[in-house]
Write a protein that binds this ligand. Structure first.
Ligand SMILES: Cc1cc2nc3c(=O)[nH]c(=O)nc-3n(C[C@H](O)[C@H](O)[C@H](O)COP(=O)(O)OP(=O)(O)OC[C@H]3O[C@@H](n4cnc5c(N)ncnc54)[C@H](O)[C@@H]3O)c2cc1C
Length: 388
């Protein structure tokens, strides 16, 4: 569908380079990496060389200076080849986006520029905790001031790139002493915590249902001293930073789901043309045709909502909470329907590793959970609609 869309020259250029890279470099080993739970270190540095770790970051800060639409196009192509590589790229862009908008010049020189140049490896966005995910403002990690440093204590859960990150963009609550602390966003502050900081343990890697070549880990912090100059933005303003990052992050996950849907539909159509039952190809059976028609309609609706959210951003909207949430909600739920229908077309062969639909089916599931579950997206949309 996107091929028929009016795209600017730069958007088409980024889309085509991402598609070429996805086809030539990301796709060939995707199934093998998944089976081996192998993190794509080489691809992360190649993504950096292509400018795909900071697509929207301005050129002066080392980014590509492109727009949100270009980012959507790029991530959908990477995801079509490998959703694990896409989530690694999505989190990198989320971190880069936040640093480019909220970090000081010194901080950008120290972390953002080398990160985007591919000299640092991956980075993480550490908001969720063992007892707070959807209700992220209830986080319990504490930061207590001690001289020219902050002392951080607590744990983070489900952190993408957690084990391999060269630095973490980490959210903790500034307090005077030990908890328990009241829920709410008061005091939440954004810190950069570097790999190897004393007291930082990048825990055990999770064994996941899907996205097996992405890395997801717990972080445990025990009396980790973080220099005061590592605070990103103002002390106490971290929650607003996280939410503003998630506005764009959610469009990225919607685009990740677009890529999975594109791949699943292509697999389903191919199989339906090959496989015969009752004397004719599945593609000639009307039930199969309906599944394909409904899936294509789901996919195109998802494209429209996602491109619309991206366009709002490109027009300069500071916050796009409702549009981002609608894109993520619809696109990820549609993705669930599409992979399910396409697996069904494969029959028993859809349930084994020999066909790509099995991996696509597993990878799709988490898109309805991370960067805010579908329920959380509905809460955001309703809140915006009912306000005022
Ligand atoms: C593979 C993976 C990678 C991730 N990467 C990151 C990362 O890089 N950084 C990071 O910070 N986090 C990350 N996450 C965490 C993710 O964002 C959370 O899992 C998600 O926000 C949901 O939180 P939870 O798991 O604690 O579920 P809960 O918040 O405990 O929710 C459980 C269920 O209750 C529902 N629910 C909760 N509240 C309500 C309500 N008010 N109304 C209706 N239903 C409700 C939820 O929708 C969900 O279905 C990742 C998670 C996974 C699985």
């Amino acid at each position: 569908m996107i091929a028929d869309f009016p795209l600017a020259e730069e958007q088409r250029f980024i889309w085509e380079s991402a598609a070429r890279f996805a086809r030539d470099r990301v796709a060939p080993d995707a199934a093998k990496r998944d089976r081996e739970h192998r993190f794509p270190f080489d691809l992360v540095s190649e993504l950096a060389q292509l400018g795909l770790l900071g697509v929207k970051v301005q050129v002066e800060d080392g980014g590509s200076g492109a727009d949100m639409t270009s980012y959507v196009l790029a991530i959908s192509e990477i995801s079509r080849a490998c959703a694990s590589t896409a989530v690694t790229m999505a989190v990198s862009n989320l971190v880069a986006d936040i640093l480019s908008r909220f970090a000081s010049l010194d901080q950008k020189q120290r972390w953002l520029e080398p990160f985007l140049a591919g000299r640092m490896g991956p980075a993480s966005f550490a908001l969720s905790e063992p007892s707070s995910g959807s209700d992220a403002a209830a986080l319990q990690m504490t930061a207590v001031r001690d001289g020219d440093a902050w002392v951080l204590n607590g744990s983070k859960q489900w952190i993408t790139n957690g084990t391999h990150a060269s630095f973490h963009l980490l959210f903790a609550r500034v307090v005077d002493g030990p908890g328990p602390h009241p829920p709410g966003s008061k005091g939440i502050t954004c810190f950069v915590v570097e790999r190897g900081a004393k007291g930082l343990d990048a825990g055990t890697e999770e064994r996941k249902m899907g996205l097996r070549s992405s890395n997801t880990a717990q972080l445990h912090l025990t009396d980790v001293r973080v220099p005061a100059v590592n605070v990103v933005g103002e002390v106490g303003k971290g929650y607003a930073i996280a939410l503003s990052g998630l506005d764009t992050g959610r469009i990225g996950i919607a685009a990740q789901a677009l890529g999975i849907m594109e791949a699943a539909l292509a697999e389903g159509v191919r199989y339906a043309k090959e496989r015969k039952a009752f004397g004719k190809a599945l593609a000639e059976q009307q039930a199969t045709q309906f599944a394909i028609a409904d899936s294509r309609t789901d996919l195109e609706q998802s494209w429209l909502l996602t491109l619309r959210a991206a366009a709002d951003r490109d027009r300069g909207a500071e916050r796009t909470a409702k549009a981002s949430s609608m894109a993520k909600l619809f696109s990820t739920e549609a993705c669930g329907r599409v992979v399910d229908r396409m697996l069904q077309i494969h029959g028993g062969y859809g349930y084994v590793e020999d066909y790509p639909i099995e991996r696509l089916y597993r990878d799709a599931r988490v898109t309805r959970i991370y960067e805010g579950t579908s329920e959380v997206q509905r809460i955001v949309i309703a809140r915006e609609l009912l306000a005022g």
